[in-house]
Unconditional design. Structure first.
Length: 193
């Protein structure tokens, strides 16, 4: 017997997921900024009165904190980042929009393999397990990570088709080579695990 509670039936799970998503969207809509992310970076935008210039803003980026707002006013965002950023690769700009102006902040994540649950630790979290990485492409990954992901995708595809994974194929090839080198041995009951 497991001590874990039984998982809810699919209809109940779908309802709970929908409620959690609605709560998350409501919390995020109340923030004075909007944000999006890819596996490698995070972008944040906040509306700013159209009469302001860059010199009217107070923006400070460090490897583990972010403060941004209009000088002399309560910051739009101020807090500790959940993970480190590459400060030299991160930047902010003030851009004109049809509605006025917009503060745009680009954060380059130090760890390119991590989804962020929030921009600063004091903000409400999003459920990172529900993120679908459609805006991350294999070509965005470095060589080692890309080959690891491609191997995982190949192995998953092989399993779905009931075929051996790349590791199982290597073991079978080694066994065949060993059998060819030792024809005197009986391998009829050999199992690969």
């Amino acid at each position: 017997m497991s001590d874990r509670p039984a998982s809810p039936p699919p209809e109940e799970r779908a309802r709970l997921d929908k409620e959690a998503k609605a709560k998350e969207l409501e919390e995020q809509s109340k923030l004075p900024y909007k944000w999006t992310q890819t596996i490698g970076d995070l972008d944040l935008t906040a509306p700013i009165p159209g009469n302001l210039k860059g010199k009217d803003l107070d923006v400070k980026l460090t490897k583990d904190s972010l403060k941004a707002g209009i000088k002399g006013q309560e910051p739009i965002i101020n807090g500790t980042l959940p993970h480190h950023i590459l400060v030299d690769e991160s930047a902010w700009t003030l851009e004109s929009t049809p509605e006025g102006k917009e503060l745009s902040i680009h954060l380059d994540k130090a760890n390119k393999m991590e989804w962020w649950a929030h921009v600063v630790t004091s903000a409400p979290k999003v459920d990172t397990s529900k993120i679908s990485p459609e805006n991350s492409k294999l070509s965005d990954l470095d060589g080692q990570t890309r080959s690891m992901v491609e191997k995982m995708m190949y192995d998953q595809n092989q399993k779905q088709m009931g075929k051996p994974t790349s590791d199982e194929q290597k073991k079978m090839e080694l066994l065949k080579k060993f059998q060819a080198q030792h024809p005197e041995m009986d391998f009829s009951n050999a199992k690969i695990s």
